[in-house]
Ligand binder design. Structure first.
Ligand code: SDX
Length: 428
């Protein structure tokens, strides 16, 4: 027996169907609400509004559960690789050996980018924020691969567009960094695995041998897996809404990169390190900064804390916190901001304001400490987030397209002026 919900308004009653997901989540389908009752719903920030049905990622904010296509994030972070997780998210199953090998080889042969992209890169001053460069280079793919503009092409052609951006994003990310530091770019080395190739493109210098440290490559692999998807977050919702107009995959991904840039979203990982550095410079007085975070008159927020969905520990933060200890220990890095971060966490977890509001460390709280230990500069942290989130954005865009979802166009409640006559300039 399918469940229903009842809305009563001005003496009338409206029955609305209730949908139940495979993990027993329930939601009221309000698709017929306006036509039957004239009512719409209002939910700024969509805090209680589901935008779609998705089979990609499941998370339970109360229990701190995160699964990609049913596999727990803990198992995937421990046992899988970023490309295997990318395949899982995009195609819905763990690849066989031959499927994975074929996927890896397809990506290897597409890592190179058109030489003309260097001319676009050279147009950016060397102090350009790498997120702006990255979103521009991704958009430029529409010029080099005009057939990608049509999202309704055959699945083979769409899959080729998917392979191309998965393969070229590390090259773009590394080139954005090289542009920022004013160094010559490195070309991809297809003898290396995905993470090692990226690290070499990032850090190799002319006339110097560069050997990838397996500790760093392994840590990067884990970080990228942990960032790969996160259901309908701000940037993923952006990708889906842009893609719902039948804009191309590359235009949709570029929009997602720009949404991720904000400090309340993916930009938080850079903001966390800047915050921790400020606290360190200020003498490490965590109690003073906690007071600022709780002061409604102070715009300061404890970056890396709180989450729209997780009202318990973000499972990714738990894994990253442990990885931070391991990586810094293996690399022999002693980063004082790690101790400040742990001190802040302890104070926050015992503070009524944070406990009452269920504010826990999120994925961004510890990730920057690892990125920094890997030698990645602060304003590249959000680029790293985008690199990790790319397969999730692709999977969500693909699902939206395959489900032939309608164009995203929310309603509103108008609260402006009522009808009034035009007044000539001389009479105002
Ligand atoms: C990511 O959605 C995703 O899945 C995102 C993400 C992903 O993988 O895609 O997980 C990645 O974006 C993680 C979040 C990174 N952002 C930050 O760390 C920035 C700091 N956090 C906050 O700005 C905030 O917690 C958000 C933006 C993450 C969530 O904001 P919400 O859900 O809109 O909650 P809110 O702003 O309404 O806060 C509720 C209360 C408020 O206090 P009251 O008005 O109830 O008194 O909690 C307070 C807020 O003032 N609050 C904080 C706080 N976060 C919330 N107070 C101090 N410091 C904070 N960090």
């Amino acid at each position: 027996m399918s469940k229903t919900a009842e809305v009563k308004f001005e003496g009338k009653s409206y029955e609305l169907p209730v949908i139940e997901g495979t993990e027993k989540e329930i939601g009221i389908n309000i698709g017929s609400l306006r036509s039957e009752s004239g009512l719409i719903t209002l939910d700024p920030g969509f805090k209680n509004t589901g935008s779609t049905k998705s089979a990609i990622t499941y998370l339970d904010g109360e229990k701190g559960i995160l699964r990609y296509r049913g596999y727990s994030i803990e198992e995937l972070a421990d046992k899988s690789t970023f490309l295997e997780v990318s395949y899982l998210l995009i195609f819905g199953h763990l690849p066989s050996e031959s499927e994975l090998s074929d996927f890896q080889n397809q990506i290897k042969v597409h890592t190179l980018v058109h030489e003309d992209i260097k001319k676009i890169l050279e147009g950016f001053p060397s102090n350009s924020h790498p997120m702006g460069v990255l979103s521009s280079l991704v958009t430029s793919l529409t010029a080099f691969y005009p057939e990608s503009l049509d999202p309704n092409r055959s699945s083979e052609r769409v899959n080729l567009s998917i392979i191309r951006i998965l393969a070229k994003m590390p090259t773009f990310a590394a080139w954005a960094y090289k542009n920022e530091v004013g160094h010559p770019v490195n070309y991809p080395d297809n003898n290396l695995d995905y993470c090692s190739n990226f690290l070499k493109m990032m850090f190799a210098l002319p006339a110097e041998k560069y050997d990838v440290d397996p500790v760093i490559s392994s840590a990067l692999n884990k970080l990228l897996i942990l960032h790969a998807d996160h259901e309908q977050n701000c940037s993923t919702s952006t990708v889906r809404v842009v893609g719902s107009s039948q804009a191309s995959l590359y235009a949709s991904i570029s929009a997602g990169i720009n949404a991720l840039w904000g400090p309340l979203h993916g930009g938080a990982n850079s903001a966390v390190i800047e915050m921790l550095e400020n606290i360190k410079k200020d003498g490490g007085d965590t109690k003073k900064w906690m007071a600022k975070a709780k002061d409604k008159n102070d715009p300061f927020r404890l970056m890396g804390f709180g989450h729209r969905v997780y009202k318990n520990f973000d499972p990714r933060a738990r894994i990253i916190k442990k990885a931070a200890d391991d990586v810094l220990d293996k690399l022999g890095v002693d980063d004082p901001v790690l101790d400040i971060a742990k001190g802040l966490e302890q104070v926050a977890l015992n503070d009524e304001y944070f406990v009452e509001r269920k504010l826990y460390p999120n994925v961004d709280f510890y990730s920057g400490i690892i990125y920094r230990a890997l030698g990645i500069p602060v304003d590249m942290f959000t680029v790293m987030f985008a690199l990790g989130r790319l397969p999730g954005w692709i999977a969500q865009w693909k699902e939206m397209r395959e489900n032939n979802e309608p164009i995203g166009r929310p309603r509103q409640i108008y609260v402006g002026e009522n009808l009034r006559p035009y007044v000539d300039l001389k009479k105002r």
